[in-house]
Design a protein. Structure first.
Length: 246
């Protein structure tokens, strides 16, 4: 079995190392990740310059591009054979609700899905990074389960794991995406050169976080597993828009 790993925190991220260690004996592990932190890169491809593929001392490959670049390059140009599954992560910080639109972790998995390969995006729900081993164990369980029980159609799973010891997890739940409130305003500051600069504000608090959502599951110390799709069509508005254009 060949497993392709990527992330958006960079090839040096501890979550990626934990993921590679957790899956190491399940098959051939190939890691292709960004050269630097590309959190929030979403599904962007680099089209204005060539990409470089290099290998670090630990065997991980890294690319001077986005998470999507990494998976696209690996699948369409680097590997002789397609991976059996792609796992992205382990991200430092949650990717729930509206976060999935911006997430480079989800984007790396999504690129594999678009190329017809089953993919899992793994995130840990805090930035403390105290329990990467927990998320790594969950990732291993999911990959093993997929091997024993493959799904015919390509699947894209967004997984969020509470940052707690494995023994404190209260189970797993298949969830839908919740929603966040409007993001916090940008933070305006003055640089040492007296220039006005702006930092993107923090994500909004959870708005739709009731039972069945990813937010609710992790609040209850459960692993949230959300199947994602790519079709953004607002089907309920098709008749209204047709009528509006007449």
């Amino acid at each position: 079995m060949r497993i392709l790993l990527s992330n958006d925190d960079g090839y040096f991220a501890p979550g990626l190392a934990a993921l590679a260690e957790a899956l190491a004996d399940l098959g051939e592990i190939v890691v292709v990740a960004p050269e630097q932190n590309r959190s929030g890169a979403s599904n962007s491809l680099t089209l204005d310059r060539p990409l470089l593929l290099k290998q670090a001392a630990n065997g991980f490959y890294f690319v001077n591009g986005t998470p999507t670049d990494c998976v696209h390059l690996a699948v369409t140009g680097m590997l002789d054979d397609l991976p059996d599954i792609i796992v992205s992560g382990i991200n430092s910080g949650a990717n729930m609700g509206d976060d999935t639109i911006y997430s480079g972790t989800v984007a790396a998995a999504m690129e594999g899905y678009l190329l017809g390969i089953p993919a899992i995006a793994m995130s840990m729900t805090s930035f403390d990074g105290l329990n990467f081993a927990t998320a790594g164990r969950v990732a291993r369980e999911l990959v093993e389960h997929y091997l024993d029980n493959p799904i015919e159609a390509p699947v894209l799973l967004n997984v969020n794991v509470p940052d707690i010891p494995y023994e404190q997890l209260t189970g797993r739940e298949v969830t839908r995406l919740g929603r966040r409130h409007k993001a916090e305003p940008v933070v305006r500051m003055t640089s040492p050169r007296k220039e006005t600069v702006y930092w993107i504000g923090a994500a909004g608090a959870a708005a739709d976080a009731g039972p069945g959502t990813d937010f609710h599951a992790v609040e209850q110390k459960r692993v949230s597993i959300t199947p994602l799709q790519i079709d953004l069509t607002q089907f309920s508005q098709l008749p209204a828009i047709r009528a509006w254009l007449q």
